[in-house]
Write a protein of this length. Sequence first.
Lengths: 336, 336
Amino acid sequence: MSTIGDVAKRAGVSTMTVSRVINNSGYISQETRERVERAIAELGYVPNALARSLRFKRTKTIALILTDITNPFFTTLARGIEDAASEQGFSVIFCNTDESKDEEAEYLSVVAQKQVDGVLLVPASSSAESVAFLRERGIPCVVLDRRVPDSAVDTVRGDSEAGAHQLTRHLLELGHRRIALLNGPAAVSTAADRLAGYRRALDEAGLGSAARVYEGAYTMESGYRMALQLLADVPRPTALFAANNFIAIGALRALREAGLRVPDEISLAAFDDLPAAIMIEPFFTVVGQPAYEMGQQATWLLLNRLAGQGPTEPQEIVLPAQLIVRQSSAPPPAAR
Amino acid sequence: MSTIGDVAKRAGVSTMTVSRVINNSGYISQETRERVERAIAELGYVPNALARSLRFKRTKTIALILTDITNPFFTTLARGIEDAASEQGFSVIFCNTDESKDEEAEYLSVVAQKQVDGVLLVPASSSAESVAFLRERGIPCVVLDRRVPDSAVDTVRGDSEAGAHQLTRHLLELGHRRIALLNGPAAVSTAADRLAGYRRALDEAGLGSAARVYEGAYTMESGYRMALQLLADVPRPTALFAANNFIAIGALRALREAGLRVPDEISLAAFDDLPAAIMIEPFFTVVGQPAYEMGQQATWLLLNRLAGQGPTEPQEIVLPAQLIVRQSSAPPPAAR
DNA sequence: GCATAACATGTTACCGTTAACAGACCGCCG
DNA sequence: CGGCGGTCTGTTAACGGTAACATGTTATGC
């Protein structure tokens, strides 16, 4: 690739003159400008952003560190982020941690070295380490989807507690009394919040002691295993609340294998919608989160920080979750 | 963020000594090494990859330019790419072009400026411009999923022709004689290939004149519109072949709205599987492509090129597509 | 006991770009 | 006609890191 020096030589001027043409700064005569532009075109010159970034200390690049892009919730989030970022001329480096703290730390180190201007982080665990790492190095950060025990960090997330409360109430109102929660890892704030919402709904119904909580991971395998375990319980729950979409899919498989019809014999409801695009038969009763908007808002917040705009206090933006009742939830068999 | 100079000052050595410690090169006394390491830890120093890249002319970063990450096929592809890249210490910048040539050109310019070591490109159109742009600037490139009219470029794609042939034959064997193809844009090679496979199957069955081809975009809206159009045709086709998953979903919506039961009254089969994770009710008969492996292989190919390994001739890796018969295809009503 | 090699550290220059400063030339004003 | 301001272009140094070279010190071998 040619450099500004090559262009300068070809146009018979100094590199500084070329730089002025590129950046439209200072004075250049019409004739020189044309000569330089011709040289640029002939050489197919593109400025070296590394050299620029080294001087300006900004790369116009942000990092998106999430757990798994194949989870449709995160896919949509990522799309919202990339759209909002590219609109303002920013590029996005994306990283999948698979919920591993070590992977996350590794990626943080890499993107810090690459001098990203900011980080959008879906933290793998509910610790303050990652945020502290970034703060020490002066890298702005917005935490996405989950809380971390650090009150001074910008956060954009869905309202897991209220969403879980809504979903549990929905099941209670259908007449269910034995509702099991198939939850994600306790260390992840969304799991803690969904548990809290579930508990609150049960408590309000005077059924606090009926809580049945299984703790696993936000994966299909874990959903499958938790459901198997649950099916062995006596008496069996009449409704399952899956704490995310993957758990729901895994659990559904287990229910199918056990020959249980949904929702006739057992109800199943979940947190996190699947994109409408993909729901061939709109089936799951869910609490959906506005993933695309969440990504947009987080990016706007981060880019505003980078531009030194907006309020200085840390923001916590909590987007509402919405209950969407579909076919997977119905009154319990006994109640019919 | 602190620099190598700050570390050097704190440790009372030259920057070169610090550099040697970081890179484990040359000779350093145990004592000096420890002093430097302490200084690094105290300052939370991370080396500036920009400065390094400026010297070495490699950024350990690749660009992934695709049309839309929310298409599950590309999501899985992207995941395969990121996994393969990060395993070798490479970061991935991702860009959504939404099938726009202008967006693609814009992104190419940006990533060229950012000095990515290579580009994985799902071209928005079947022109050689983008590949030429990269070649002029010496940026290695692997074209993904689609062909471009440039025989000298590495390509990794699925076998659209054979897959479409298989799927069409499947419908023919079920007894269908009026099979409509709801295709993507003719300018995209996968659409051309799927059309060719479809035509070949019909020709082989002596039904070449029965071909009915609708051309649209690879989107749900387009699938919906094409299906509406098709439903007005007399006589109506008994089977639809949707050229990708989004078209299939849009078409299914139109069929539902028209009150047509699938597959009893009309069959529907598609190219591109939906991830098993998301198929709540395995429903669509499809030709699936190994998206994750495609991403992996493309990345390996690109990284090998960067390392100067592997054959020098351009590669064309064509991965097989696989017919998966599920519930959306059945014999035509008349044949029952 | 002295050349020689191995070890340990520092200095200089460069990667590509641009801010800051420095000239050179022009016309215009008093 | 001397000086001043506007226009145009060039030189130098710096961003953070490292290769290549230089220098000094200590151990090794004969």
